[in-house]
Ligand binder design. Sequence first.
Ligand SMILES: [Fe+2]
Length: 463
Amino acid sequence: MGVLWWPVFVVGVLVLESALIADGGLTSSFVRKVEKTIDMPLDSDVFTTPPGYNAPQQVHITQGDHVGKAMIVSWVTMDEPGSNTVYYWRQNSKRKMKAEGMLTKYSFFNYTSGFIHHCNITHLKHDTKYNYMVGTGHTTRTFWFTTPPEVGPDVPYTFGLIGDLGQSYDSNITLSHYEMNPVKGQTVLFVGDISYADNYPNHDNRRWDSWGRFAERSTAYQPWIWTVGNHEIDFAPEIGEDEPFKPYSHRYHVPYKSSGSTAPFWYSIKRASAHIIVLASYSAYGKYTPQYKWLEQELPKVNRTETPWLIVLMHSPWYNSYNYHYMEGETMRVMYEPWFVKYKVDVVFAGHVHAYERSERVSNIAYNIVNGICKPVTDQSAPVYITIGDGGNLEGLATNMTEPQPEYSAFREASFGHATFDIKNRTHAFYGWHRNQDGSAVTGDTMWFYNRYWHPEDESTSV
Ligand SMILES: [Fe+2]
């Protein structure tokens, strides 16, 4: 009898132990067909130059102030400076208004940019559709955008989330998938790494231009909120280019001054019911630095009665269980994580790792060098950390994961995709991640977010 029972006992112990070890979340069983991710050639149709002499191209817009009543319109003319004027009018009005912008250009090694225009249209009405026109003579082009509703606690609003996009065939699928998503994103929160031009010899800046033309079908019609990634640094002293962020800074303007920031790499905006803080993984963030001092005074200003949802964007993730870019976000985490818990950040979106991952609400702030307490713990005041660096750039997917899956990791999958964060009211937001292989209405990972200030209940999906 004893002999018969013994194996049953052993099996029982083994099952219990494996359950404990695998206490983390889910590593998706979805197996993606592995193909090399390559950039679309420069003569691809998505890179086509608009017809007409000096036609405006690479049109993109972003929020131009702190509350969503301004829009920065940017475009490039290749042949001559052309006009800096944007004409704009409300959809149901014939009365055209105009705003004057500015012009810039730059050179990078043997490349000289076109004429880069930026025009901030201010004093817009909330929740209003505007048409706008750039260019002159026979080569004007007209686009449109909708301003967000006035900032307020129960304003529904839907953000798209895209990271590390690049300009490969997979990038094109990601963008199309976002456009076809029945959950209609109204603004893209972009978590860094735009064109990947720096992967080409001498950082071939023609790839910045081609990216601008590729993404225009979205960036001209809805604001993209920019976060800086490592592929925006373009630091190449070996070819005489030692000014970091040179192409990015000339091409992409953000409203950093309106949130009291002193540099365009970290700033905040309010949009609808969200307060969005953009941080810079590649600018100094240690104590006493401009970014540190800015964030220190920014967080107490967040008014959750006005903007219940506190969202942070950064490029390099703090919680990442892939074997890529391991620990790169760690030093910033050490500096800022206690603040994120204190101020109850709802969610942090990062990129950099070319895959998808969502964490539970965890923090790791007890460690003080001598006490040895250095394990992430469940913390209902902590954000959910989402890595969404799966836009599809030419560097390909991160497929190699830390095993076993850490307890804090709720879901991970090495597939390209995008996500949406659909705010319903001050308490609830529905989050969905979409892999590119599925139909546009299919979600690969979902979560109902409960607001940390108004409804701070456990919404964990693992247990
Ligand atoms: Fe990156």
